[in-house]
Write a new protein. Structure first.
Length: 108
């Protein structure tokens, strides 16, 4: 496995599920209110969008892997990039989004 791939998510639930984006941290790619489909068994690799715990709260960000460290990067520059702790729970990889009848698929 290369340094840009870190394996799959560890999750009890293996069925994809939907969440709604509640802020503008991932704008403009994900508008406020966009529905995202999260795959708990998705492959973690550099650049994928994930839902993970940060300070005991779920957070939706882009996973960045750089020099063996993992970061949670927002698309909106008004929000900070955060380091993903080694013991942080990763809930899954975003595989689709829906907003205003438009559907976008992301590579798995």
């Amino acid at each position: 496995m290369s340094s840009s791939e870190i394996g799959g998510c560890s999750a009890e639930n293996t069925e994809p599920y939907a969440l709604r984006s509640i802020d503008d941290s991932m704008w403009p790619e994900f508008e406020v209110g966009a529905v995202i489909i999260v795959d708990p068994g998705g492959m973690l690799r550099d650049g994928v969008y994930i839902v993970a715990d940060h300070e005991d709260e779920p957070i939706f960000r882009q996973l960045i892997i750089h020099e063996e460290k993992r970061y949670l990067k927002p698309i909106n520059d008004l929000y900070p990039t955060l380091e993903l702790q080694e013991d942080a729970k990763i809930h899954g990889v975003v595989i689709q989004k829906y907003h205003k009848r438009k559907r976008t698929h992301y590579n798995r």
